[in-house]
Design a protein. Structure first.
Length: 266
């Protein structure tokens, strides 16, 4: 694991957000990597409920300033950074006033997913990749956490297919229990298609349920992790039928197992 570079991308990470299973894993896994001599970079959205003063976030001017095109709209990208106390772990925050200023994560006060989560996903996806390009930091492994990151494998293997920085990167995706029902967005198919992604790669976005987003992730990932014991049976079956290397839920509880899994994938 020594000097292996692992890019952690998640919609939740402690200590910045409440202690869900995903947020805890998104902290503990890179911590284990660092302890084994690996290098990590962690990326999450900069939600409005994250206390910038308490966590000592500061804007990185040299990384900020570009505009990302989302569904034919120019949206400014702001990059902030912080270090997790007592850990050699740097966290990058993808920020935009329109998408992430609100004091919530992915759901409103009624528990419904935000209507613009599709655009937020695209912005977060492009924002992370463009920032990593500016850092000129080529990851050996890209570890994705949660359905909010489900567009990353698709974009890396289509929109960014010619980007040499990611040519040898292996994608591992951790799948967590669903936290929404029905269709995430009626417009996500058209908004991703705007980026000239081939129609045959977008089938799963025509009816963007949790299962469809997960299927999209599975198709474009190199390794998979069942990170919850409350996954729909259909999702567990999709993982098995993919015949791709994977860890089941009980295996995923041992963070040491990830080190071997990374080494096998890269």
């Amino acid at each position: 694991m020594k000097d292996k570079r692992v890019l952690i991308i998640s919609s939740e990470v402690v200590p910045y957000l409440p202690q869900t299973g995903q947020a805890i894993n998104s902290f503990q896994i890179p911590k284990a990597i660092n302890e084994h001599g690996g290098q990590t970079r962690i990326f999450i959205p900069r939600y409005g409920l994250i206390n910038e003063r308490r966590h000592q976030l500061h804007e990185v001017i040299r990384l900020s300033g570009m505009n990302l095109v989302i569904n034919d709209m120019d949206m400014p990208l702001i990059i902030k950074v912080a270090s997790i106390p007592k850990e050699r772990m740097q966290v990058y925050f993808i920020d935009n006033e329109e998408y992430f200023k609100r004091r919530a994560i992915l759901h409103d006060t009624d528990g419904s997913v935000f209507k613009d989560n599709d655009e937020r996903m695209i912005f977060f996806t492009k924002g992370v990749i463009e920032t990593v390009k500016k850092l000129n930091w080529s990851p050996d492994v890209i570890h994705l956490h949660g359905w909010f990151t489900s567009l990353f494998p698709l974009y890396l293997k289509s929109y960014y297919a010619d980007e040499p920085l990611f040519t040898n990167s292996k994608i591992i995706s951790s799948i967590y229990e669903p936290d929404f029902e029905g269709i995430l967005s009626d417009g996500i198919y058209e908004k991703v298609a705007f980026d000239k992604v081939a129609d045959e790669q977008l089938t799963n976005l025509k009816k963007a349920t949790f299962e469809a987003l997960t299927k999209l992730t599975i198709e474009h990932s190199d390794g998979l992790i069942l990170a919850s014991d409350k996954l729909p049976k259909s999702v567990v079956e999709q993982v098995k039928q993919s015949k791709k290397p994977h860890l089941n839920f009980s295996q995923s509880q041992d963070k040491e197992v990830y080190i071997d899994f990374y080494n096998d994938k890269s």
